[in-house]
Design a protein around this ligand. Structure first.
Ligand code: MN
Length: 187
């Protein structure tokens, strides 16, 4: 039987390893291959089957000096984040019509929360030091929509007439943006 799209094992076949993963979350991840200078390691129900039905997941996020986790949303989860190393400028923006930015500089040990569905980001403003954060998300499968990737990197592309009007720029600007390589910083 499937729950939230993920199969439930026969209870008699479940063992401790279904609730365990040697995820190496204590190890720094490579941020050098990412254009945005970050690397997200997410432990969701696909990595850890025992999370099924439990409404929770975990992520380690590594930031290069001046790296960022670019504006994104989680359609199915609120996120609570703590800084393990370094400094992060973080924020989220509320929904229409206010679109109010709530932003803060976090130091090691500080905690911040990003409410479900809202666009949020983290940026390491320090030019010579990496940063590391640990985040918990209130879904076994939070989902992530990186705004720039979804808007400018969709396959097939959204019509440049639509995006030129929406962003109030010339079509050539949209064409340039759509021609960029929109990589995913989730590994
Ligand atoms: Mn997030």
């Amino acid at each position: 039987m499937k729950v939230n799209g993920f199969v439930c094992k026969d209870p008699m076949a479940v063992n401790a390893d279904d609730f365990f993963k040697a995820a190496n979350l204590d190890k720094p991840m490579d941020t050098t291959k990412s254009k945005v200078g970050s690397n997200v390691t997410l432990i969701n129900v696909m990595q850890l089957p025992g999370l099924n039905t439990l409404g929770i997941s975990l992520a380690r996020i590594d930031y290069a000096p001046l790296g960022q986790n670019p504006p994104h949303t989680h359609p199915r989860a609120t996120e609570i984040l703590t800084v393990l190393e370094g400094t992060l400028y973080v924020g989220f923006v509320t929904s229409n019509p206010d679109n109010k930015l709530f932003a803060k500089v976090l130091n090691k040990g500080d905690v911040f929360v990003f409410p479900q569905g809202l666009i949020h980001f983290q940026f390491n403003p320090i030019y010579d030091k990496p940063a590391v954060a640990l985040a918990a998300l209130s879904s076994q499968n939070p989902g992530a929509i990186t705004i720039a990737n979804a808007v400018f990197g969709s396959k097939p592309p959204i019509s440049d007439d639509v995006l030129a009007k929406a962003f109030q720029v010339q079509k050539g600007t949209i064409d340039w943006l759509q021609a960029q390589f929109w990589e995913n910083n989730h590994n």
